[in-house]
Design a protein around this ligand. Sequence first.
Ligand code: FES
Length: 516
Amino acid sequence: MDNNFKDFPKSYWLDSTPDTNYPSLNEDIDVDIVIIGGGLAGINTAYLLQEENLKIAILEAEKICKGTTAYTTAKITSQHGLIYGKIQGKFGKEMANLYGKANENAIKMYDDIINENNINCDFISQSAFVFTQDGKYTKKIKDEVEIAQDLGIDAFYTDEIPFPIDIKAAIGFNNQAQFHPRKYLLALANIIQDKVQIYENTRAVDVEKNDEYIITTEHGKKVRAGKIIITSHYPFYNKKGMYFAKVFPKKSYIIGIEAEEKYPGGMYINVEKPTRSLRHQATPNGELILVVGGYPNVGKKEDTNKNYEALIEFAHNIFTVKGIPYRWSTQDYITLDEIPYIGYFAPDTPNMYIATGFQKWGMTNSMVSAMIIKDLILNGKSPWQEVYDPSRKNIISSAKNFIVENLNVAGSLLSGKLAPLPEDIDLKLREAKVIKKDKDRIGAYRDEQGVLHFVNTTCTHMGCELNWNSAERTWDCPCHGSRFNIDGEIIQGPAVEPLKAGNNVNTIKKLLGEDF
Ligand code: FES
């Protein structure tokens, strides 16, 4: 299939909502609580705490609701693949029960917040399905139905879904939901802004602990806070918690299609690989069907456009596709045992909290974070904290994942450094290459106008080598998912410093200036 995607990927959620314009922090401030990250987890947490007479500030590195929130599929569901069988099998029924109750409560909390505040965000109730086309998962699906029902979830078994997909079995959950994540979150930010200070373009780069926390921003301003909540997707703070060894990025790709057929309702995902998932969204121009796939590792050396092409092929097999007005990708963080880390950042940080590793289920898990962290701050405990505890002892019972993922990181660190590289810059328009100049590895990209852009491709987080992402035209890190634009500016952390240019970049520029 030849999809020489000339246009840039575009998220429907961003395309259909206005930009924001909150101020950046330009003075030192003192607050009771600072929240790092202005996405769903951060703003939901601020909302739940806003009535508590606490001084709260949100620091967002770029614009609020523009990170993962703007690129999600926005399914609000307690059905996270076949999670209940996995949790019950590894940690027992009580833990599966806590996980289910937390997520069902999160769905209800969205419903309550949206109704109480009259938020117009396309929130509708939907059933959610996990299906398989592979008979080896049929028993697992049947078991999951039993386990979910036993936990009080409104689950049912079926062997039919309303698409021309030959399935073997499926599990459905009733009373789940979907919405427009940016319409929801922009409205929520608007509601809280009288009580909560929201700062955009304010990247936190350092955290020190004295009597209180002192957060330094990239522009040198200081925020003093009694408590700090890190909801920045991947924690940029490395001094405790070892998150760099227990949270790993995975990528998903989404296309928004228009079809001849009317979408039959419901939200769908398969069990096997490659992952395929479906939902719909009403828009002023008619119905958009979101076709989702993933989840390869981030920063792999490959032509990432292939992921969109595979989804387009899948969509053509199911629908009569009239157009594909949208396509975008997102990055999710995966934990070792598939349960997010929500709660105290480390055992000895009673005033530092973390919410990360939402797997692919960030809508409910971000609300779960808000509910747990609010309870920990106000009451010192939460009914659901145990299953999500970031310091849970049994994480390493997932030792296989720990070893595999960390070997991947180590492998990326080494292979990136050792890979043979060309020394010439022979690039077509919209092409990139890593080249070698003396000891430097330099990423070169030629844009639409023919202009070359250079970066030093060593990640500023922990030194892994970046790879080119042709679909998004970014430099991506395979280790912990930092992403940089063609000029080395940060698109996504945990890196807090842009890519360094390096002396050889200037040498190459000079050489090219003579030659081009
Ligand atoms: Fe950790 Fe790049 S994101 S080394």
